[in-house]
Design a protein. Structure first.
Length: 349
């Protein structure tokens, strides 16, 4: 087992914040984790699981031992009467995996194209976009307990998925009450429908469909449209450091939604099946005048107010402190104007 010391993390987080890991182990399989847990020096040390670093804000050097997940592999591993079961290693790039499924003739994940990060992080966040959430296509995952070294498998119900939420984002002491900082995901399996139907209904996708004059789009067409939409709205992390959507879209009652519309008729909102409404956090932030504003080298992206960006590079770039100061100021503005508390999405370390 190789423990790398004093490792620069700027290239391992999509915000490109300068920080270092006191110690880092590259995990390519469960044996690598078991070696760490069997080592007297590292067994009891706090640990931090790092995937693609796309949902992370570093506010300083990382003292816990960083377990950098690099488990590879993707394959069709089974089928049911209604679906193909496809498995991918937790270290696989998410977008590349989505593209691979389509190349195999296995649609179902196309609405989730171009979301940054790794396959292993996808169930932690229950990623979602354009009408599809990971839980809609999830079968099961294999993980390893970072305390006992035991392997275990969870199905969708056991993952306790919610809006950008799962059992992996909550702590607890009872078995499976919460797995935050207690588990490392090794592999994830997806259930991709044999009888595929396109998921449309979002304004941006409907606009693309109308422009193409296409009544019955293919999964590949939807994949291409989603990529075009995201590239037009969101900055490429390789060019401008960012962690994607920084805030969750708040959910309110019908009464709350009507009250806000009475004051702000242009409010962007979507009715949910239970009668509540999801509001566009980006619109709320934009309405408070934050688009293009900055705190130090941390700024609000000019094309999408939901995204905070690193306006600098290297040592002259944004610090985690600047990012969180900006986020806090935005939350205060939105609360003062709309009475809503925006929740942040990234992990802050």
């Amino acid at each position: 087992m190789l423990v790398e010391k004093n490792v620069p993390l700027q290239a391992l987080n999509t915000f490109h914040i300068v920080a270092r890991a006191h110690g880092l182990v590259r995990v390519r399989n469960e044996a690598d984790v078991l070696e760490v847990l069997a080592d007297p020096q590292w067994a009891q040390e706090p640990k931090f699981v790092l995937g693609g670093g796309s949902n992370l804000v570093l506010t300083g050097d990382v003292k816990p031992l960083v377990l950098k997940v690099q488990v590879q592999g993707r394959s069709v591993v089974g089928e049911t009467a209604k679906a193909w079961i496809v498995e991918a290693g937790a270290g696989e790039d998410w977008h590349d995996f989505v593209a691979w499924t389509l190349a195999q003739g296995l649609p179902g994940l196309e609405n989730l194209a171009l979301i940054p990060g790794t396959v292993g992080a996808s169930p932690v966040q229950n990623i979602g976009a354009y009408g599809v959430e990971l839980q809609d296509r999830f079968d099961a995952l294999d993980a390893i307990d970072l305390t006992t070294g035991k392997l275990f498998t969870l199905d969708a119900a056991q993952c306790a998925f919610g809006y950008r939420d799962s059992i992996f984002k909550h702590g607890g002491t009872a078995p499976l009450l919460g797995l935050k900082d207690r588990a490392l995901i090794l592999r994830v399996r997806f259930s991709l429908p044999k009888v595929w139907k396109p998921v449309l209904g979002y304004a941006d996708l409907d606009k693309k469909q109308a422009q193409a004059g296409c009544g019955h789009p293919t999964a590949q067409q939807i994949f291409d449209w989603v990529c075009e939409i995201r590239r037009a709205k969101l900055p490429d992390p390789a060019v401008i450091g960012n962690a994607g959507s920084f805030f969750k879209n708040p959910t309110v009652t019908a009464e709350q939604c009507a009250d806000i519309i009475a004051r702000d008729p242009k409010l962007v909102h979507y009715r949910l099946d239970d009668g509540s409404y999801k509001l566009a956090a980006g619109w709320l932030i934009d309405a408070c005048g934050w688009r293009g504003k900055a705190v130090g080298q941390a700024g609000v992206y000019e094309k999408q107010a939901l995204v905070l960006v690193n306006l600098g590079m290297g040592a002259l770039g944004a610090t985690g402190g600047e990012v969180m100061t900006l986020a806090g100021a935005i939350q205060t503005s939105v609360y003062e104007r709309f009475g809503l508390r925006l929740e942040t999405e990234p992990v802050v370390l």
